[in-house]
Design a protein around this ligand. Structure first.
Ligand SMILES: NC(=O)c1ccc[n+]([C@@H]2O[C@H](COP(=O)([O-])OP(=O)(O)OC[C@H]3O[C@@H](n4cnc5c(N)ncnc54)[C@H](OP(=O)(O)O)[C@@H]3O)[C@@H](O)[C@H]2O)c1
Length: 236
């Protein structure tokens, strides 16, 4: 009897992009493990669809290591790791260092430790991928989200080093999206301004990230790259 395929780990999959990608993979028969921080309806939905769910907060080294230990209790192999968990924090007066440390932990330390400690799980899958979900904003920097942008840029750099270190068995790539989905409380003026930044001028939704993940999982000749999914912001 054929054994079931190794699961894909998606971090921060309780809502929006991560949740959507998890549901799409499950609907194709691909087992999924997710990390989530907050109890949300999406977590229950994924459990009902058969996903393994592990609660984790990536804001400290201790909690990342505890997550890795729990993950290893739940599986002995992984088909892929999709680093999606993210916080979009701005600088806060008087708390700059805390914000910076937190974002470095979530966007860099967590992927760094998970990649190093879970490489063995990926090695047990016939094909294996790591995908870092970054942000197109790293192309130009950000005057309002400096630490966010720097920590996502650091994550882009992890793509290069891990692609070299883990080749040829594990491909390591990034995805750099610009606007995918507005937040419910984004007002009309903000929406119009943001849409006007790209050549294509649309709010594409989560499917474009699922398509990008699918492409990277399926393509055997791409590693060490970051796929720009920005509606042509750079040509406008
Ligand atoms: N949405 C966009 O337009 C857009 C644009 C550019 C880039 N991106 C990137 O695309 C990815 C998905 O975006 P999204 O809009 O779906 O993000 P989102 O709605 O903010 O969700 C991010 C997830 O990360 C988890 N998370 C946050 N802080 C965490 C922590 N300290 N430890 C563990 N998990 C934590 C959250 O968990 P809980 O909800 O469980 O607390 C949440 O489910 C992110 O990497 C984001 O940077 C998105």
């Amino acid at each position: 009897m054929a054994s079931s395929p190794a699961p894909v780990l998606i971090t921060g999959a309780s809502q929006r992009i991560g949740l959507y990608c998890a549901e799409r993979l499950l609907s194709e028969g691909q087992p999924v493990i997710i990390s989530y921080r907050s109890e949300r309806p999406g977590v229950e939905r994924l459990k009902a669809l058969g996903a393994i769910t592990v609660q984790a907060d990536f804001s400290s080294q201790e909690s990342v290591l505890s997550f890795i230990a729990q993950l290893k209790d739940r599986t002995d192999s992984l088909r892929a790791i999709v680093h999606n968990a993210s916080e979009w924090l701005a600088e806060t007066e008087g708390h700059e260092g805390d914000v910076f440390t937190r974002l470095i932990n979530v966007h860099m330390l967590a992927p760094y430790l998970i990649n190093l400690h879970c490489a063995g799980l990926l090695q047990r899958s016939e094909t294996a991928d790591i995908i870092h979900i970054g942000d197109d904003v790293t192309r130009k920097g950000s005057h309002k989200h400096i630490a966010y942008c720097a920590s996502k840029a650091g994550m882009d750099n992890l793509t290069l080093s891990f692609a070299a270190r883990f080749a040829p068995h594990i491909k390591v790539n990034g995805i750099a999206p610009a606007l995918l989905m507005f937040q419910p409380d984004d007002d009309a003026a903000y929406r119009a301004r943001t849409l006007a930044k790209s050549a294509l001028g649309i709010e594409p939704g989560p499917e474009v990230i699922y398509q990008s993940v699918r492409y990277l999982l399926d393509n055997p000749y791409v590693t060490g790259t970051t796929l720009t999914v920005n509606g042509g912001r750079h040509v406008k």
